[in-house]
Design a protein. Structure first.
Length: 262
């Protein structure tokens, strides 16, 4: 039982480290995310906004910005990802449109902004806090773009995807950038903790970059449905401590020199 627990601990540490210290390069990954921390977004990224106007990404970024690459027809993880964004925006005490902004950008150049607007309304309807809904109307913006701009911005951020028939195969990830367009954080997966979200945005406001922490945070914290908040999972932490000292004791007993019998 002790060895099984040790293997479990090592597996969790290894899994977390693979996120915190990604060794992959753009050449290693065909589909997924390669972190480009401290890199800057390229100039001349053209977008079409909800009013059907052509705008430039660099002109829009004046505060911490979360980039969310999806395609609106996606039958897979795009919908759960945007639901997760709506959920964490709803729960966060930060104000979208003032403290930060979210840009959802379709990486399918054939899509039109009309579809993006319909998707936006769907996800705003999932939010429970009326004040947050009003804030998100301006703080969460949807865009489409042309193929050249899409390639430039996804390549610069390490977002790797591949066309598969009429659809795309891709990862679920958010990219956080500072007001001066520096990539400071990646939030991977389909679930985001409110304090993880806040930490990423606050650090982006200061231009501070950091490795992805969401898997470590999720392992250490659990959601309390009664208090509607995240609390430290004492059972997991205690289990790790017990396993650690148990392993130390086991190694001590195994390696302890045996007394010679006269």
């Amino acid at each position: 039982m002790l060895l099984a627990g040790t293997f479990l601990l090592l597996a969790n540490v290894s899994n977390a480290q693979s996120v915190i210290n990604p060794a992959a390069t753009d050449n290693d990954v065909e589909i997924g995310v390669v972190e480009h921390l401290d890199d800057y977004l390229p100039d001349s990224i053209s977008l079409i906004n909800e009013a059907g106007e052509q705008v430039w990404l660099s002109d829009l970024i004046d505060k911490p910005t979360v980039l969310n690459f999806v395609y609106y027809r996606c039958p897979g993880i795009c919908s759960p990802l945007m639901e997760a964004v709506a959920d964490v925006m709803d729960k966060s005490d930060l104000v979208p449109g003032e403290d930060y902004q979210v840009f959802t950008i379709s990486f399918d150049p054939s899509e039109t902004i009309d579809l993006g607007i319909r998707k936006k309304n769907n996800y705003l309807n999932l939010m429970n806090n009326p004040a947050k809904v009003e804030e998100a109307k301006t703080g969460w913006q949807f865009f489409v773009s042309d193929s050249a701009s899409i390639v430039n911005v996804t390549r610069a951020t390490g977002f790797k995807y591949k066309k598969a028939g009429n659809d795309f195969t891709h990862a679920a990830s958010l990219i956080v950038v500072s007001p001066n367009e520096k990539i400071t954080r990646y939030l991977n997966g389909l679930f985001f903790l409110p304090f993880e979200w806040k930490m990423a945005i606050v650090e982006a406001s200061k231009g501070q970059s950091g490795a992805t922490m969401n898997k470590v945070l999720r392992f250490c914290f659990s959601y309390d449905p009664q208090g509607q908040t995240y609390v430290l999972n004492v059972t997991k932490i205690s289990g790790i401590i017990i396993i650690f000292f148990g392993l130390v004791l086991l190694l001590f007993l195994v390696l302890k020199p045996k007394k010679k019998v006269n």
